[in-house]
Design a protein around this ligand. Structure first.
Ligand code: SF4
Ligand code: SF4
Length: 250
């Protein structure tokens, strides 16, 4: 059993805009290159992903279609990047028998101390978001670190002190910042766009937020015609959440 710190004032995390993610996987590849490039090497030319991709992928992008509620309307394609949400009260930490999984009191980042990890995989069973990745190469659990080795790295220019996935995103669908600060850019984005928690009913209180896709004028990708708030997809009845539940509970 590993204790969580008291609720952290600083809550570093990501805000991911499902409205403008184009599913290019640049974030996933940049993440792998930064966090695992030395261990696993670059992607092979042939069958780079395969049915059972090897190595760790801390960030994965799923693509799916939402069926229209009304007849004669086209389906909407949504790309859904998925990684650790750096939850406030995650059981992935408390189930850890060695203290290897922990949440930092200073900024809320959830990490794994590989020197303490015995590879029992209890944390991956406890994570409802499928965000933990067991490394066969290292024999330990790994996960998104929010690129903790970049964001505080004073040898980088300040503009580069961001997670690799955020730096790589060509559409700026990914935003990094302090969600504990109500005045931060990311908090304002969440407020303006109705950002939401993934599966809030579980009670893990994810720090990362998703901005919902907006309804399109022609249903297939044209510019929105009303304000962002007006144009939000109704998530209370949307197949999106049902789909997410299905994917995440695999
Ligand atoms: Fe833990 Fe999963 Fe939450 Fe990340 S997303 S903190 S691994 S429960
Ligand atoms: Fe989406 Fe940006 Fe990731 Fe591409 S890099 S899949 S646009 S979040």
């Amino acid at each position: 059993m590993t204790m969580l710190p008291p609720p952290t004032r600083k809550k570093l995390g990501l805000v991911i805009d499902l409205d403008i993610c184009v599913g290019c996987h640049a974030c996933a590849v940049a993440c792998k290159e930064w966090n695992d490039g030395g261990e696993f090497g670059p992607l092979p030319d042939e069958n780079p992903y395969g049915a059972e991709p090897l190595g760790v992928w801390f960030n994965r992008v799923h693509t799916y279609e939402i069926e229209p509620k009304e007849e004669n309307k086209p389906a909407m394609t949504v790309h859904f990047p998925r990684s650790c949400l750096h939850c406030e009260t995650p059981d992935c930490v408390t189930v850890c028998p060695t203290g290897a999984s922990y949440k930092r009191a200073e900024d809320g980042i959830v990490l794994v101390d590989e020197d303490k990890c015995i590879g029992c995989k209890l944390c991956s069973w406890a994570c409802p978001y499928g965000a933990r990745e067991y490394s066969e190469v290292r024999g330990v659990m790994q996960k998104c670190t929010l690129c903790v080795d970049r964001i505080y790295n004073e040898s980088f220019d300040e503009v580069d002190r961001q997670p690799a996935c955020v730096m790589a995103c060509p559409t700026r669908a990914r935003h990094f910042g302090d969600l504990g600060d109500a005045d931060s850019t990311v908090s304002n984005l969440v407020a303006e766009r109705g950002g939401y928690d993934l599966m809030p009913e579980i009670g893990y209180q994810p720090v990362n937020k998703y901005l919902p896709p907006r309804q399109r004028r022609d249903g297939c990708g044209s510019a929105p015609t009303k304000t962002a708030q007006d144009e939000k997809v109704d998530f209370s009845t949307s197949p999106l959440l049902r789909w997410m539940d299905k994917v995440l509970s695999r």
